[in-house]
Design a binder for this molecule. Structure first.
Ligand SMILES: Cc1cc2nc3c(=O)[nH]c(=O)nc-3n(C[C@H](O)[C@H](O)[C@H](O)COP(=O)(O)O)c2cc1C
Length: 298
């Protein structure tokens, strides 16, 4: 969904007037008329869900209490999900985790100076620095695969070590890496390029509601969640754990960025449909859950 369509739907379903919507979405009269026609089904769908949407948070917390937990698919003996999603594309090796120089900054300093950084110097990240940040936040130190269970261990915690998050990177300014959208392989510690269209950075910036730190970042981490990895073990309560897991990854991104003279800003204000489209995921079995823009300090 493009930004104009999103902005139209967003304001229309919140009751803004035609003139206000035209202004907010920067539409012409013709564009507005076309959206009125082409988006009528989507409008009806959003409006029909409005009442439930207004109270879903409380319901979600209530109905995912431990007392309601169903027997999970794991308990029922259903096939285990894979711990890592297979990928195809051009592969770029990263400096090996046991070879990279570890930053000297003390942990207490990284913690105390961490603040959200939205303006970057334009200085690039080196591949070593990127490798360090990925080591801290997504790298798998161990992988076990059996008939009944497959899991990874990482430098972040995850409920049941299910690690339901996959890491993607919009690379804008990393020495020796061409700009584009990459997947980070947590076992092979390499990047897999899957979209090098010249427009991808702009599309992702649109998806992040034109938060310009995305376009100006050295790179932006985009985490997706595959809920079934966790739901297989914990049933519906597993959905709570996805968001908790994502928070741990976000904090390690923050601290690792600080340690190499950079900074990060987490992003949760994004257009779900557009971001899922950019990543080529369906929004149900896999969806964008958390985003972090990263760059160097001025
Ligand atoms: C879950 C979450 C979502 C956030 N989403 C955004 C965002 O979309 N845009 C933004 O500019 N900052 C975002 N932030 C950054 C917060 O605004 C920031 O952490 C907060 O103002 C506190 O400032 P500090 O991080 O410098 O301590 C987000 C932070 C978190 C933890």
């Amino acid at each position: 969904m493009d930004l104009k369509t999103f902005t139209y739907l967003y304001h229309k379903t919140r009751g803004l007037s035609r003139a206000e919507i035209i202004q907010e979405a920067e539409l012409t009269e013709d564009e507005y008329a076309m959206l009125e026609e082409s988006m009528s089904a989507s409008l009806a769908e959003i409006n029909a869900d409005r009442t439930r949407a207004a109270s879903i948070g409380r319901e979600f917390v209530r109905l995912t209490r431990y007392i309601y937990e169903e027997r999970s698919d794991q308990e029922l003996g259903l096939a285990r999900p894979d711990a890592v999603k297979p990928r195809a594309g051009e592969i770029f090796a990263l400096p090996a985790v046991d070879k990279i120089a570890k930053p000297e900054m003390a942990l207490h300093q990284a913690i105390s100076q961490r603040r959200s950084l939205r303006k970057y110097s334009g200085q690039p990240f080196s591949q070593e620095e990127l490798s360090f940040l990925l080591w801290a936040s997504s790298w798998a130190s161990d992988f076990r695969s059996g008939e009944n269970m497959e899991f990874t261990r990482r430098n972040v915690p995850s409920a049941g070590s299910r690690h339901p998050l996959e890491c993607h990177l919009l690379i804008n300014n990393v020495v020796g890496l061409k700009p584009g959208l990459y997947y980070y392989h947590p076992l092979k510690h390499c990047l897999v390029l899957f979209n090098d269209s010249p427009s991808i950075a702009n599309e992702i910036c649109d998806g992040c509601l034109r938060q310009m730190m995305v376009a100006n970042s050295a790179f932006t981490v985009i985490l997706t969640a595959l809920p079934y990895r966790t739901v297989w073990r914990y049933a519906q309560r597993g959905y709570r754990y996805l968001y908790l897991d994502a928070g741990h990854v976000g904090q390690n991104i923050h601290l690792a960025a600080e340690a190499v003279g950079g900074g990060a800003c987490m992003i949760a204000a994004y257009q779900d449909e557009a971001m899922n489209d950019c990543l080529g995921v369906d929004g149900v079995e896999e969806f964008v859950i958390y985003i972090a823009a990263v760059g160097k300090k001025g």
